[in-house]
Design a protein around this ligand. Sequence first.
Ligand code: PLP
Length: 393
Amino acid sequence: MHLAKRVSKLQPSATLALSRQAQQLAQSGQDVIDLSIGQPDFTTPRVIKDAAISAINDGSASFYTPANGLPALREAISQHIYQQNGVTYSPDQIAVTNGAKYALASVFNLILNAGDNVLIPVPYWVSYVEQVRLAEGEPILVPSQSGFKVTVDELEAARTDKTRAIILNSPQNPTGVVYSKQELTLIGNWAVQHQILIIADDIYRDLVYNGTNFTSMISIDPAITANTILISGVSKTYAMTGWRIGYVAGPAKFMQTFSAYLSHTTGNPATVSQYAAIAAYTVDQGIVETMRQAFETRLNRLYPLIAAIPGFDLDEKPTGAFYLFPKIKRTVELLNYATTDDFAAALLAETGVAIVPGRAFGMPEYARISYAKDLESLEEAANRMQAFVTKTM
Ligand code: PLP
């Protein structure tokens, strides 16, 4: 069948493909530890589930909502953003979407003309590049020389008169690094100066560890806020990946068009999920802290185990999200695999441990290990990886 040019090279998300492979192995009876997937292993907190059940039972979940989301949810998000960042967005400046993923894809569709450039720091979340291409833009990959964080000099070297936007993800998937206020300020001022829109993907903002402070790009100064589109959602913070609720917050005029766009594409995200999200944002946030602490304990336990695997080189301990991103080039070479992909495939086949080769994130010499799993599984996975590497060495 004839396909449009813009989708002719489209590939499924590598992370989703890999966890499907791991699931198939598990279904065939193999003892699999899937460290490939980017979602909390916790189920959604009871109080959120109860709100959804009530909305089903009292009938409110039966109906369409405004395309940009229930007013009560947009109000709750508005207050939540204010509490966390001290910045006011009116409910009209917020739109609720089918996950942050659809929020991002929509933003690119709304801001890009064919050939417009979007700066994407490397490594990057798998979907940014494809989403920009789907919107007929051109992804410009910007490698970062130190600590996985891009600098103004590196961005400036990549800037052209076609540069329309930069996407900045902090805490970052796949590395777990968190940009400091000072680093964000430099990038924010540079973007304002050159009228380059900032897309701030704050989806992991609540998951920071060992005393790290999170600063959002929107909270630095009003000129930067006005030049930024904020993306976030409930998936990672509230263990709600399956409910598919994300949001966009931005300048009023842009958000008007955004809502019109939603009204012709998805319409509203599932009403029941929106009621659940209202509960997420308005109940006692102790539920978040409990999960955050669990991730912190796992990070602190897993990091030294992974660092001890021969040929796995780790930077400083990450401070956010729930991933480790070791460079495994030495291991791959020592074990005579042609690529990290081959190594990951053999690791999965022989030990049942699934990790994601770094190619998916633009750094093929690395691999992403998710620690959104219970401690026992993480320790067992680290033991299996260690044994696999040392046995075959
Ligand atoms: N942004 C980043 C960096 C992510 O890692 C993810 C999920 O993996 C998303 C956005 C999308 O999250 P969701 O669509 O579940 O809200």
